[in-house]
Design a protein around this ligand. Sequence first.
Ligand SMILES: Nc1ncnc2c1ncn2[C@@H]1O[C@H](COP(=O)(O)OP(=O)(O)O)[C@@H](O)[C@H]1O
Ligand SMILES: [Mg+2]
Length: 261
Amino acid sequence: MQKIKHIILIGSGKGGVGKSTVAVNLSISLAKQSNKVGLLDADIYGPSIPKMMGIKEKPRLNNEKKLEPFFKYGIKFMSIGSLIPSEKPIIWRAPMVVNALNQLLRDISWEDLDFLIIDLPPGTGDIQLTLSQNLQISGAIIVSTPQEVALEDVRRAINMFKQVKIEIIGMVQNMSYFEDSKKNKIYLLGENNVVEEARKQNLNFLGEIPIVQDISFSSDQGKPISTNEKSEVALKFQEIVYSMKKVLAKQTNQETNIEIN
Ligand SMILES: Nc1ncnc2c1ncn2[C@@H]1O[C@H](COP(=O)(O)OP(=O)(O)O)[C@@H](O)[C@H]1O
Ligand SMILES: [Mg+2]
């Protein structure tokens, strides 16, 4: 049996809001804080972790016929994208998708982990349901831009997590603002609407990430920004990790309290 202390889902309503970017950088930040981290790209419709982590190879089977995760920048990772031909459109019906995911979960040799971060596909579909039924999830982190059209989908995602009884650890506001050469903040997608939404929904706000060219460029080069020790944005990801750990610590205390009472 592999022991995984915390399984964390990274979700959103919409695609393109920075879910994978946050999943990758949080994973690397966690590893920098001496945690054993696995990252699973479960976005069957648009797997982007291999590209972001700079991996082109196919995964290998070990002696026990299990998939050996890749290891780079201090984290283990596996992507559904490494197991399917990249150019083919994936017109899989729901049961096939669910089967593929179940197999992926069973057959990866993670060994013991402190954190398994799962990058979900956008939306509120079968993948989310399968995971919540088959795994003991510590909680979900919801990523959104401050744009109203993104938040509409986020509300659906929040409701889905509530329905399947997955605790929401908190929200992250990505693409919060752009800083011009004079350090003025320009709110391209709306000002702090995710902060406001978290408040309204009584959810924790975990932190924000500005729009920064280094984030998208480093992703495309397969070397996520958090690998850069000097980057200010890397610090922002570290802060989100601290907030997340605080929430998890409280959760664990509550569970203990329940046992004592
Ligand atoms: N804060 C940011 N600043 C600049 N570019 C970003 C930022 N967050 C994400 N991106 C870029 O936006 C695109 C979408 O991000 P991605 O993480 O793939 O979103 P999702 O997984 O939600 O579909 C990517 O090209 C990524 O590099
Ligand atoms: Mg993605």
